[in-house]
Write a protein that binds this ligand. Structure first.
Ligand SMILES: Nc1ncnc2c1ncn2[C@@H]1O[C@H](COP(=O)(O)OP(=O)(O)OP(=O)(O)O)[C@@H](O)[C@H]1O
Ligand SMILES: [Mg+2]
Length: 345
């Protein structure tokens, strides 16, 4: 939940990413090409807090999520988790994998239709070699914690509603007692009223289990509602980072300003758009391909403030305050002396 940053978490970083990159080998126009899905991303998440990640479709949110939990191997960069280095270019050990769990968007396809609810939730524990008694006890506890009646243990996924199925997925993620849960569009497929219930459940569970979340969504209102800090991604890179309140109240990066200008309401109970952002301010709303991203600043082809330097030099993140950074030449020393106009609110 959005609160004063000084009051949230323990202040200790649970997860740190340093210059993490992930490329995919793809075919483009009959040729082999490299698609830069995540490029040199550095981020940190404080213990017990929620980092929201926003950005248009294809900007690399899910790829980053998969890198964090070990479903994708990286090409470059480092990851520190709970004070220890995790090698992200190699397969992880079961002990490492156990500490980070992921909840996906589609509550139905993430569950085996032929397994009962208790079998689905208990499966990761079975893989870890837990005894039947320990599994039964743990499954009963997490089912209670996510608000699923005990009688549902013998039910099958098709007998549950979408919201209940997502509770099963959350319970399954919690069964292994992870420290970090990565939620990738985890409430996006749910009706608004159910979405609000699941968001409240996530907030309660965070407190009870001391969980740290990375929360990904295209819905900017939902991200603001649940996040302590927010990172904005554009074409595989983090362009701005800050506390949810500061970032939404006073966006610095022209891309964040563009993204937020299209949010119709700040009430999470209201619906928000599902379409890509569009703005009269943007020079060109077409997103460049991550196979051949623009030189220098990747956002410059759409930026209403683009300067000469933007095509030549990729802007390094500028630290504006302890928890606020922006990667934009409007704020960097490299642009000092250039004719920089103040960014309109
Ligand atoms: N397995 C893959 N192979 C090749 N390209 C991929 C693969 N997965 C993702 N990509 C590409 O990487 C880029 C980032 O994709 P990603 O799914 O991470 O974006 P996203 O921000 O999660 O988008 P969305 O909001 O639509 O879920 C896209 O250009 C996508 O086409
Ligand atoms: Mg995605």
């Amino acid at each position: 939940m959005e609160t004063d940053t000084a009051d949230t978490g323990t202040g200790k970083e649970l997860l740190e990413l340093l210059g993490v990159s992930k490329q995919f080998h793809v075919r483009s126009g009959g040729r082999r090409a490299r698609l830069s899905a995540v490029e040199s991303v550095s981020l940190s998440v404080r213990q017990g807090t929620t980092l929201g990640i926003v950005g248009e479709s294809g900007c690399g949110k899910s790829t980053l999520a998969r890198v964090i939990v070990g479903l994708h191997l990286t090409d470059d960069g480092q990851m520190i988790f709970d004070g220890k280095q995790v090698l992200t270019h190699r397969r992880r050990s079961p002990a490492e994998l156990k500490q980070m769990q992921m909840v996906f968007q589609d509550p139905s396809s993430a569950l085996n239709p032929r397994a009962t609810i208790s079998e689905s939730i208990g499966f990761p524990l079975q893989v870890q070699g837990e005894s039947k008694a320990a599994i039964d006890e743990r499954v009963a506890k997490v089912m209670r914690d996510v608000g699923l009646p005990a009688a549902y243990a013998s039910h099958y996924p098709h007998q549950l509603s979408g919201g209940q199925r997502q509770r099963v997925n959350i319970a399954r993620a919690l069964a292994l007692q992870p420290k970090l849960v990565v939620l990738d569009e985890a409430v996006s497929a749910l009706d608004k009223s159910i979405q609000a219930q699941v968001l409240n459940l996530l907030t309660d569970l965070q407190e009870e289990y001391g969980l740290t979340y990375v929360f990904i969504s295209h819905d900017l209102n939902v991200v603001r509602y649940i996040s302590d800090d927010v990172a904005v991604m554009y074409l595989g890179q983090v362009v701005e980072r800050g506390s949810a309140k500061e970032l939404y109240d006073n966006p610095k990066h022209p891309y964040t300003q563009l993204l937020l200008s299209s949010v119709p309401t700040l009430n999470p109970a209201d619906s928000t758009r599902d379409e890509p952002v569009d703005s009269a301010d943007a020079k060109d709303t077409e997103i460049p391909s991550p196979i051949d991203p623009p030189s220098g600043c990747r956002f410059r082809t759409r930026c209403p403030f683009a300067m000469d330097i933007c095509s030549q030099v990729a802007p390094a993140p500028v630290q504006l305050s302890a928890d606020r950074s922006v990667a934009c030449h409007l704020y960097s020393d490299a642009a000092a002396g250039a004719d920089v106009q103040a960014v309109p609110a």
